[in-house]
Structures are given as C-alpha cells and as structure tokens.
Design a binder for this molecule. Structure first.
Ligand code: MG
Ligand code: MG
Length: 246
C-alpha cells in the first residue's frame, strides 16, 4: 500500500499523539505506581488531542496501552501491578487521527536497574534503529529483520518469532508482516509511501514464548527478561522518516 503525502501527514499527527503518550507514561512510571494508572495517563493524552484509541476494544483488549513488565514480552493488560525499583517495563501505545494509525513502544527501567537489564534495553533499541535504517526505496523488506536479528544475536540475545511488526495505515495491522529475523523468503521491494511499524522483541534468554491464561499477556518461556521497542516509519525518497516522534 502506497500512502499519499496527505495520508502521511495524518499519520505524522497520529504518531505525534503516540509520542506524547510515551512522554507522559514515561514520566509517570515510578516505583509504587500501578500499570492501570499509566493507562489513565495515556488515555488523557488521547482525549486531550481529540484522537481515538486503536488498542481499546481491539479483539476485546480493555485498555489504551499495553504494559509488559520484566519477563513479559508484549500485550500485557494494565492492572493493579505495582511497579518496583529495578523492574523493566515495556509500554506500547497507539492512536488514530482522522482514520490514520500510529503505533510505537519503548522499554524503560523503573528506578535503578541492573547492568544486565540496562544492556538488554540498549541492544534492543539499537536493533530497532538498525532495522529502521533499512527502510529505503529499492531495498527489500526482509533486510529489516536481518538487521534486527544481527544486532540482537551478536549481543547473545534472541528475537521472538511468534510476534512481528507490520504495515500500518488505515488499520493498525496491515500486510505485509515485518519479522525481526530472516523469514526464509525475500520480502517485497520498498517504495516511497509505504509505512511500517518495526518492533523488535528481544529476549535475554531463548526465543520461546508462552501466552498466559488472560489470552493476551505473552511471557518468555524461560523467565528471562524481554524488551520491546517500536516506531511507525514511512519510506520516503530520502530514506526512513520516523512518524512516532514529537
Ligand atoms: Mg505497538
Ligand atoms: Mg505494532
């Protein structure tokens, strides 16, 4: 799907709302705060900007953000979990402006975190930027996953296979998917106007995942820490343009 400059302008505005949700939840996430409180903080941003939530009611999801602490990889439901010093927390945020979607995630430390946890966050964010760098006209989409995988595995970590990035536009999840690994077959050739959400999920241990009984929360099978960073990015003639920024 090729988006016009008008459509990309709307996605830039949706992306800005998502970036504001990041800033607000990041500032609020401290020891003693619940993940449900972070959801309220993010919902206030959506309301203030006159945007809509793409997460709320998505297949029955009950919140406007996902909050995934420690060994939880993605899709955690904000609840009464009280953040503690030393936790890491992944926060995934989305918003719709005039029918166009933004989607982005980050992982942060709560208070002081271990050097091992800090290294996982640094490597995972670096793997996202290595993937973003590949979003150039004429390149092939599978280069994104190859770049992510190379950074993560060089650090001794593993990338999750069951959950992947995606094209995005008038729906949050559009085809094609954007795996964080070599998918076994080459991806489509990139053209200006394509927009993707690139979102490496990197585990400190093995790649295996377990879906919890709530039907949403995904954790590492081995209990190791996991981090998740995501941006929504447009392919332009000049290279990648990250849309989920202030
Ligand atoms: Mg997301
Ligand atoms: Mg996404």
């Amino acid at each position: 799907m090729i988006r016009s400059s008008d459509e990309i302008a709307k996605m830039r505005r949706a992306g800005r709302v998502v970036a504001e949700m990041h800033a607000a939840t990041r500032a609020a996430a401290k020891p003693g705060v619940t993940t449900a409180e972070l959801d309220r903080v993010a919902a206030e941003v959506i309301e203030r900007r006159g945007a809509r939530s793409n997460f709320l009611h998505y297949r029955g999801f009950p919140a406007v953000i996902c909050t995934s602490p420690n060994d939880m990889i993605v899709h955690g439901i904000p609840d009464g979990y009280v953040l503690a010093e030393g936790d890491i927390l992944s926060v995934d945020c989305g918003a719709i402006v005039e029918g166009y979607h933004g989607d982005a995630a980050f992982t942060m430390g709560i208070g002081e975190i271990s050097p091992e946890a800090a290294r996982l966050l640094e490597v995972t964010e670096r793997s996202l930027w290595a993937g973003i760098e590949q979003l150039r006209p004429g390149n092939r989409l599978h280069r994104v996953g190859e770049a992510v995988q190379k950074v993560a595995e060089a650090a001794g970590y593993s990338v999750v296979r069951e959950y992947v990035g995606h094209a995005i536009g008038t729906a949050m999840h559009e085809d094609p998917q954007v795996p964080n690994y070599w998918p076994g077959t080459p991806g489509p050739t990139l053209k200006p106007g394509m927009v993707f959400a690139v979102e490496p999920m990197v585990n400190a241990g093995g790649p295996a995942t377990v879906l919890l009984d709530d039907g949403w929360s995904v954790v590492t099978a081995d209990g190791s820490l996991s981090a998740h960073f995501e941006h929504t990015i447009a392919v332009t003639a000049d290279g990648p343009e990250v849309l989920t920024v202030l």
